[in-house]
Design a protein around this ligand. Structure first.
Ligand code: SF4
Length: 347
């Protein structure tokens, strides 16, 4: 059976779809071939994944046309006809792709948009508690269990959860170890400004971690995240500020070798977990109940219950309150204690 999975973005969501890859392989065994369509910038997440035969990138940012993407899929389809498309994105773009291959059966997952929208509208903290906090990966697997009507499937998901770290996701073999000393990775960036914990808090956390542990600190962030320059003022040879200096693959290598990742609700934390490295993840304007909280057994989620939170489904909106309460109320001591707890478990 040849299945075409579709998830264009974002980075964290593409990582989470690897749970689906693992699950499908456990269901269909050696008979399964998976091809994966994603945005070009995320192809390196999947190129070394043992469960994916072909990764098809769509380079829309550099002007690639939709017709070029369709041609690439047609080439793959000619070599080994696609039996099923599973749309893990469920947007107009992925719908268009399914439409282009309307002769191929297609399934789509339920992204619980209505639930997420409601959460942004309800102002009562008590009412919000009625919403499920089940991780998105578990929800998707439940959808697949229903679609494939495999009675052993629920048990199979539980078996994944019993892995060394309770992980459901996985990534390919980027193995090059970058540092000889043990280290913690810090992911202080995020796709939107209000999803970031304040840089002063990160600075204080780094000072505390340097004082209270033997670990080096590796800072990972993109070329545009210049606010990370402040870490250079620490002038410590145990702090490796790699903001803007690593490709996605190099960042993955650093994340894989870490003992812990501390960061905002962002893709780097999901990569970390896919390598079985626990995370401390800080949620600001987004909500763990959206289903994107870390799912690993040793990971910790830190999030405040506020009437205004979540204020959007993606964290993209500007804060409308007098202060950025959702992040300001997360104190350095709490993040430090959680980090030390996770490190203690990892020893
Ligand atoms: S404090 Fe409230 S309104 Fe402001 S960003 Fe956080 S969740 Fe949104």
């Amino acid at each position: 059976m040849h299945i075409l999975l579709v998830r264009f973005s974002s980075m964290g969501d593409v990582v989470l779809t690897t749970a689906t890859i693992n699950w499908l392989h456990s269901l269909l065994g050696n008979d399964l071939t998976i091809s994966f369509v994603t945005s070009q910038e995320f192809t390196s997440l999947l190129t070394n994944h043992p469960g994916v035969k072909t990764v098809i990138g769509f380079d829309r940012k550099n002007g690639e046309k939709w017709s070029d993407l369709i041609k690439k899929i047609e080439v793959v389809d000619d070599q080994n006809p696609v039996d099923l498309i599973i749309d893990l994105h469920a947007t107009l773009r992925s719908l268009r792709l399914r439409f282009s291959f309307f002769m191929v059966p297609a399934l789509t997952i339920d992204k619980r948009r209505w639930e997420r929208f409601l959460l942004t509208k309800i102002r009562s903290v008590k009412l919000k508690k009625f919403f499920s906090v089940e991780p998105q990966v578990v929800r998707i697997l439940k959808d697949l269990e229903a679609i494939f009507q495999d009675t052993r499937a629920v048990r199979r998901t539980e078996e994944f959860r019993k892995g060394p770290h309770g992980e459901l996701t996985s990534l390919g073999g980027h193995v090059q170890q970058k540092l000889t000393r043990p280290y913690i990775t810090l992911a202080p960036s995020a796709s939107f400004t209000y999803k970031r914990w304040h840089i002063d808090s990160y600075m204080e956390l780094v000072r505390e971690l340097l004082a209270k542990t033997d670990n080096d600190i590796v800072i990972l962030a993109g070329p545009a995240d210049n606010f990370c320059e402040v870490f250079d003022t620490l002038k410590s040879d145990r702090v490796h500020n790699l903001q803007g200096k690593t490709s996605l693959i190099e960042s993955m290598e650093y994340l894989k070798g870490a003992k812990l990742t501390v960061g905002n609700d962002s893709g780097l934390n999901h990569i970390s977990e896919a390598y079985g490295v626990p995370c401390v993840t800080l949620f600001g304007p987004t909500d763990p109940r959206f289903g994107f909280a870390p799912h690993g057994r040793d990971s910790v989620t830190i999030s405040r219950d506020l009437w205004c939170k979540p204020c959007s489904t993606t964290g993209s909106k500007d804060c409308y309150r007098d202060r950025h309460y959702c992040m300001e109320e997360i104190k350095v001591k709490e993040v430090l204690d959680a980090s030390l707890l996770v490190l203690g478990r990892a020893l």
